[in-house]
Design a protein around this ligand. Structure first.
Ligand code: FAD
Length: 417
C-alpha cells in the first residue's frame, strides 16, 4: 500500500497542457526531428524517472546516468520540442536582475554565487558540447549590454563597478568605443568576456541519444498523469495507464510544472524572435558578440550560423497563446525595425519568426531542489532569462542531492527562499 497518495500532480497534468511556442523556431526547422523515441507501452522499474525531455531533463538525465543510476526519461511530446526548441540560446552569466540589485534582494553572497555559478555553467556547457557524440557547435562570445538611454548610464556603470570589484572580466565602453567596435551609438555599455552560444535543441537530442546508447530508456508521447508516493519511492502513472516504479523522480517539465507547485513562484509571459535570411557579409561587429540592452523588455541580437542575424524581445506580460500568436508577424516587423534603427547597413530580412512562453521569477533566479510533501522528488525549473545556464546548475545540484552530498549552493535556488 502506498504510504500516501498525491492528487496534486493528477490535476496538473490534465489541466496544464501549455502552448509552449508557435510558428517556426529556427533550430527545430533546421534540424527536424533528429531522433524519435517510442512511447512507453509496458510497466517498468527504474532508479530514476526524469519527467521532461528538454534541456533541463537531458542534462540531469546525463548527470544521473553517469553516476551509475538507471534512468528513464519520459516526455508528453517529442524530446526537445518544448521551450528548448524555441530558445534563442544566449548563454550568459548576467541574469535578468543586475548583480548590484540582486545583492539587495537576496544578499551579497547568494547574488555573487548565482553569477559565479552561471559563469561556470557556460564553461561546463562548453565541455559537454565537446564531449557529447556527435559534438555540438559551441562558441564563446563576448556579451555587450548597452544603455538604452542616457538616464540608464548611472545604474549600468554601477553594475560594471560591482562586477569588476568581484573579479568578472568586464570593460566599460564609452560611446566612441561602441561606435568603433559595433557601428552603432549608445551612451555607454558593459562588455563582458564570458558568454557563449550553442544549439540547445541539438545538444538536448545528443545528450538523450547518449543516454539511450548507454542503455537508458527515452520515451516520447508518454505523459505522467499521476504520482503515487510510497516509502521507498513512487509509482508514476502514464496517460495510457502504464506504471513506472522508481526510487527517484526528477520534474523537469519546464513552465508546465507550475501548476504542481502549491504557491505562485513565477509568471508566464510571451516573447518573440526572428532569424534572418543569410547575409553576404563577413564582419558584423566585435567578435560576434551577444548584444542586449538595459530597457525592459530588452531587445537582443546575435549572429547565428550561415551569417543569419537572430533578433529577440518585444515581450508581452501575458501568456495567452491565441493573442500571442496573432502578433508574431507584427512583432517580427517591430524586431526588424528596432534592429535596423541600430544597424541600418545590415540588411535583415526575416526568414523564420516565432513566439514562445517564458517564466519570470521575483528575483530572476530559478527553482531547483525539493518541495515539502513530495518525497524522493527533485525539481529542475530553469525559469528566467538564463534558462539554459540554470538547467546546468540544476543538473549539478540534483546530482549532488541524489548522491547524498551536501551542496552549499542548493539553498540559493530553494523553494523556501
Ligand atoms: C523564445 C525564447 C527565447 C529564449 N531565449 C533564451 C536564451 O537566449 N537563453 C537561455 O538561457 N534561455 C532562453 N530561453 C529559455 C529556455 O529556452 C528555457 O529555459 C529552456 O528551454 C527550458 O528547458 P526545460 O527543459 O526546462 O523545458 P522544456 O524544453 O519545455 O522541456 C520540458 C518538457 O517537459 C514535458 N512535459 C511537461 N509536462 C509533462 C508531463 N506531465 N509528462 C511528461 N512530460 C511532460 C514537455 O513536453 C517538455 O518537452 C528562451 C525561451 C524562449 C521561449
Amino acid at each position: 500500500m502506498p504510504a500516501f497518495f498525491m492528487h496534486g500532480w493528477h490535476s496538473f497534468a490534465y489541466l496544464l497542457i501549455m502552448n509552449l511556442h508557435s510558428h517556426d523556431p529556427y533550430w527545430l526547422m533546421k534540424s527536424g526531428m533528429v531522433t524519435t523515441y517510442p512511447s512507453l507501452q509496458q510497466d517498468l522499474k527504474t532508479d530514476v524517472v526524469v519527467i521532461g525531455a528538454g534541456i533541463s531533463g537531458a542534462l540531469t538525465a546525463d548527470a544521473l546516468s553517469r553516476m551509475g543510476l538507471g534512468v528513464t526519461v519520459v516526455d508528453r511530446r517529442h524530446a526537445g520540442i518544448g521551450s528548448t526548441a524555441a530558445s534563442t540560446a544566449f548563454l550568459q552569466y548576467e541574469i535578468d536582475t543586475p548583480l548590484h540589485r540582486l545583492s539587495a534582494m537576496v544578499g551579497e553572497h547568494h547574488a555573487l554565487r548565482s553569477y559565479e555559478l552561471c559563469r561556470e555553467a557556460i564553461y561546463k556547457l562548453q565541455d559537454i558540447c565537446r564531449h557529447v557524440q556527435p559534438a555540438v557547435d559551441f562558441h564563446i562570445r563576448p556579451s555587450l549590454q548597452y544603455a538604452s538611454y542616457k538616464s540608464h548610464v548611472p545604474k549600468l556603470y554601477k553594475e560594471y563597478r560591482t562586477r569588476k570589484q568581484y573579479g568578472f572580466k568586464v570593460r566599460w565602453l564609452e560611446p566612441e568605443d561602441i561606435d568603433r567596435l559595433y557601428g552603432f551609438t549608445a551612451p555607454g555599455a558593459i562588455l563582458s568576456s564570458d558568454g557563449a552560444e550553442a544549439d540547445a535543441y541539438l545538444l538536448t537530442h545528443h545528450l538523450l541519444a547518449g543516454c539511450n546508447r548507454r542503455g537508458h530508456g527515452i520515451y516520447n508521447n508518454t505523459e505522467i498523469t499521476d504520482i503515487r508516493y510510497h516509502k521507498r519511492g513512487a509509482t508514476l502513472i502514464t496517460n495510457n495507464n502504464i506504471k513506472i516504479e522508481t526510487r527517484i523522480v526528477v520534474i523537469a517539465c519546464g513552465y508546465e510544472s507550475l501548476r504542481n507547485i502549491p504557491h505562485k513562484i513565477a509568471e508566464v509571459h510571451s516573447t518573440y524572435a526572428l532569424v534572418s535570411e543569410p547575409i553576404a557579409q563577413l564582419n558584423f561587429w566585435h567578435r560576434n558578440s551577444l548584444i542586449w540592452e538595459t530597457a525592459n523588455p530588452y531587445l537582443y541580437f546575435r549572429i547565428t550560423d550561415k551569417n543569419r542575424i537572430l533578433i529577440g524581445g518585444k515581450d508581452d506580460p501575458f501568456y495567452t497563446p491565441g493573442l500571442r500568436d496573432s502578433r508574431i508577424k507584427q512583432k517580427a516587423k517591430l524586431l526588424q525595425e528596432a534592429f535596423n534603427k541600430k544597424l541600418p547597413d545590415i540588411p535583415v530580412r526575416p526568414d523564420f519568426s516565432w513566439a514562445g512562453a517564458f517564466a519570470v521569477t521575483k528575483d530572476g533566479l530559478p527553482y531547483i531542489g525539493r518541495l515539502p510533501g513530495m518525497p524522493h522528488t527533485y525539481f529542475a525549473l530553469g525559469f528566467g532569462g538564463n534558462g539554459i545556464t540554470f538547467s546546468v546548475i540544476a543538473s549539478q545540484i540534483i546530482a549532488d542531492l541524489v548522491r547524498g552530498k551536501k551542496n552549499a549552493d542548493a539553498k540559493i535556488f530553494g523553494f523556501n527562499r
